[in-house]
Design a protein around this ligand. Sequence first.
Ligand SMILES: [Zn+2]
Length: 81
Amino acid sequence: METLEERIEKAKRIDDRNPGIHLSRKCAVCGMPKTPNVWLCNACQDEFGQSKDWPEWVRFMVNDHRRELRYDKEHKDEIDF
Ligand SMILES: [Zn+2]
C-alpha cells in the first residue's frame, strides 16, 4: 500500500508533465470532489474514459480548468493538500 506521502510525491511528479493537475481537487467536468492526480471524478472517468478518448468539449473543460489552476498557483503561496 502507498502512503499518503508517496501518493503526494507521485502526484507532484505527474505535475511536472501536467502542470496544475495535483492541485485540482474538483472534477474538471462536473465539479465533484476527486483525487488530486487525475482530471475527472470516478463517474466522469467511467463516462468519458481515458484522456485520449475524451470528446472535444471535455478536453476544453480540462484545459480551462488547468488555466484556472495555473492562475491560482501564481496568486496563492499556500497549497492545501
Ligand atoms: Zn465528474
